[in-house]
Design a protein around this ligand. Structure first.
Ligand code: UDP
Length: 382
């Protein structure tokens, strides 16, 4: 009946399903464990009329024109530039730490001296990962690097990952580099916008096609089984010879046979507060205070005319298999090795295609996932 089965309806699965339906004009079945589509991008209007992101803040930003154009088929956009402040020693300073943060943090003469040295060494508007800045020999630059490392990165990273910045792939902290400029925006990408009616509507429009069948509330293990010996896949007990596009946790696909891949999970606590605004910008990071990592206020992201405001506190925690939601792969060399064993196993199957943050064990942003899904569709699916 189906030549294509997609497991998971986040961006990875939904983009591929949409392409199969529209470009190939083939039937595709999506199997989704949750009672809704959209994976962790799912959002909805809460009872106070505010669009909230159920699985944590999702801010779309990209430099890939093709990704922006592709998504624009399914949504209108509100221009939105994400801003983040970090609460440090009683003050809120822009993150990524930039030249404005420098002047807010230090007495003017010191800030000026450091700024001059930074600009001598680095081009204006350049980005320097904190772990690179820490290698500086100059006394003032070293002082700055140690300060930012201690006050912005160390405790936040330990809270978020249970690891110090130097014990996790440098790519992770390099996502938020020190910025040698005065642009206070969190991202510097060319396209930065929020879908006018939220993300869920994008998924609804992508999947609203007569070629696409959706099974919600269905764990893939209930309908699909894998014979590791013969490398065959069974769907409701019958051999499935089509393509299986898997976007879930790769270790689960293989029955955790090499052990559990580590992930970080989150406790997300929403609160609605009886005042018009809670904080100055959408997100305030708390590297050194409290147990949560950050507070996001959704009205900054999706304007709403209400006297109340909904905020989200994120508490990071270790992921417990079969209990928690896996949000982030934990990017260390050792975990990468374990992932590669699973990947090699998947490659022995002719018809298994892996795509997405969980299946590829990569710290993909939304735009990376969409780009990847479009590529995988061209290279492996069609
Ligand atoms: N980070 C930090 N302090 C901050 C912001 C970020 O230490 O104030 C580090 C931390 O390790 C974090 C990583 O940079 O996990 C990536 O941050 P990003 O905001 O990209 O994380 P996400 O929004 O994906 O959770």
């Amino acid at each position: 009946m189906f030549n294509y089965i997609v497991i998971g309806s986040g961006f990875a699965g939904s983009v591929i399903a949409e392409r199969i339906a529209n470009v190939l004009n083939e039937k595709v079945l999506i199997i989704e464990k949750r009672n809704h589509i959209g994976g962790n991008c799912y959002d909805y209007k809460n009872k106070d009329g505010i669009i909230i992101h159920k699985y944590g803040p999702h801010l779309f930003h990209t430099n890939y024109k093709e990704v922006f154009d592709y998504l624009s088929n399914f949504t209108d956009w509100n221009i939105y530039h994400h801003r983040v402040l970090a609460f440090i020693d009683g003050k809120k300073v822009p993150i990524p730490f930039n030249l404005n943060s420098l002047y807010l943090t230090f007495p003017e003469s010191l800030a000026k001296r450091i700024e001059e040295k930074l600009l001598k060494k680095y081009p204006y508007n350049s980005k320097v990962p904190i772990l690179d800045l820490k290698k500086e020999n100059d006394k003032d630059l070293r002082f700055l690097a140690d300060y930012i490392y201690q006050k912005v990165f160390l405790n936040y990273t330990v809270k978020q990952w249970g690891l110090k910045p130097e014990d996790i792939d440098p790519e992770v902290t390099a996502r938020v580099p020190v910025f040698i400029g005065k642009d206070d925006r969190y991202f510097s990408d060319k396209y930065q916008a929020i879908p006018t009616e939220g993300y869920t509507k994008i998924f609804e429009r992508m999947l609203n096609h007569s070629n696409i069948k959706l099974m919600l509330n269905t764990d893939f293990k209930e309908v699909i089984s894998i014979d590791f010996e013969s490398k065959k896949i069974y769907f409701f007990g019958q051999e499935f010879k089509g393509k299986l596009i898997f976007t879930g946790m790769i270790d689960e696909l293989f029955n955790f046979k090499y052990g559990y891949l580590p992930y970080r999970s989150l406790d997300l606590r929403f609160e609605t507060v009886e005042k018009e605004w809670f904080q100055e910008v959408a997100t305030v990071n708390y590297p050194n205070d409290y147990d949560f990592t950050r507070i996001t206020e959704f009205k900054h992201i999706h304007p709403a005319s209400t006297e109340k405001t909904t905020i989200l506190k994120e508490y990071s925690k270790q992921y417990i298999p079969n209990k928690d939601i896996p949000y982030y792969p934990v990017f260390t060399k050792e975990n990468q090795k374990l992932y590669n064993r699973y990947k090699e196993e998947a490659e022995k199957f002719e018809n298994i295609i892996l795509v997405g943050r969980l299946a590829e064990y990569r710290y993909y942003d939304m735009d990376d996932v969409i780009k990847r899904a479009l590529e995988v569709f061209e290279e492996k699916v069609r």
